[in-house]
Design a protein. Structure first.
Length: 121
């Protein structure tokens, strides 16, 4: 993996540090390269794999990172997260002009989802 250009890291922080949820800049190898302020506050740090956050040795089921990078287009998925007990709206967005880098984040949209789609406790 090549070293990330400083202007890419600076741009990531300029665009995402004030976002109200955790956001990660990730390499195709699934290594987290940078996190925004919210992610850092949750204890997420650069240098680990994103799937290790789910205590897994492999990419998460439903991960669209490879597809997003292969197609050069942002991907979106909405699904119930059993672990967090939230309905998540997740995004994988390749970084324009940079090979093998993408931004990943998810928003909790539970309050906006029809109640019959949210599993009972």
């Amino acid at each position: 993996m090549d070293e990330v250009k400083q202007h890419v890291l600076d741009s990531f922080h300029m665009m995402w540090d004030m976002f109200p949820g955790p956001v990660m800049l990730i390499h195709a190898s699934r290594t987290i390269l940078a996190v925004n302020q919210v992610a850092a506050g949750l204890g997420i740090s650069a240098g680990i794999t994103c799937h290790s956050l789910s205590a897994s040795d492999a990419p998460c089921k439903g991960c669209l990172a490879s597809k997003a990078l292969r197609q050069g287009a942002g991907m979106r998925s909405t699904a119930w997260s059993q672990k967090s007990r939230k309905f998540m709206d997740a995004f994988w967005s390749p970084v324009a002009g940079e090979k093998d880098l993408y931004v990943h984040f998810g928003n909790d949209i539970t309050e906006f989802v029809r109640s019959e789609l949210v599993p009972a406790e």
